[in-house]
Design a protein around this ligand. Sequence first.
Ligand SMILES: [Mg+2]
Length: 281
Amino acid sequence: MTGAHGPGVRECPPERTPAVVLDLDGVLWLGDEPLPGAADAVARFRAAGLAVGFMTNNSSLPVSGYVDKLARIGVEADPSEVLTSALAAAELLAADLAPGSKVLACSGPGVVEALEARGFAVVDAGQPDPGPVEAVVVGWHRTFDFDRLDRASAAVRAGARFVATNADATYPAPDGLLPGNGALVAAVATAAGRRPEVAGKPEPPTVALVKARFGERGVMAGDRPSTDGALAAALGWPFALVVSSATLSGDEATDHDAAFVGPSLASLADKIIDALGPSDA
Ligand SMILES: [Mg+2]
């Protein structure tokens, strides 16, 4: 379950089994609470011969952290199956910035891991005097404070490229909603006077990441039409909407074009398997 892994995009052969790509928060768990039947639904997808992916806009944990958290709810996952907005942000920068470029991480360890895996020299915004950097990546973290805001916004004002792992205003927790990375990014953007490039769902860097890992055919399941549903549309995949507190928060439009809607992943598993057809892989 542990062991070495590379979070960078892995080249895959063109012929691949269809995939179910699952959002995590609100689909497999709420905060630290597993959602009933979710692990069993993943087992049914695997038994049906489908590839399974896990795609979260939460960039705070390294990939191994999500593998471990999945294991705690009874889902065995390979690190290559886990995609985060931190990986999407690192891929976005790697398209233009040379390895060794200095990048300020105003984020949790997931972003640091993804940037280091792409060969960037990472400076933590929690450290004083970061010096000139070529890019700033803002990802969700609980230690965001005035000094980090000062360093990140100063770097952006000085001309650094400005990347947000994701722009979610909130994310679901067992007792309601918590501020999401969009709130931290808004503070940096306001102080810097510049808007960021966004890497996570449903933006093009994540579309590219999902296609590189899982190919052209799949179903995207998530609890937010604005991110998960929009990613499904960008991929050209059906969207399976799992209704959570985030779906009903008022942040989300009520007119979505989900192919399937249900109160849990378990309630949608048969429909998702049917939609992707029997696998001959
Ligand atoms: Mg979610």
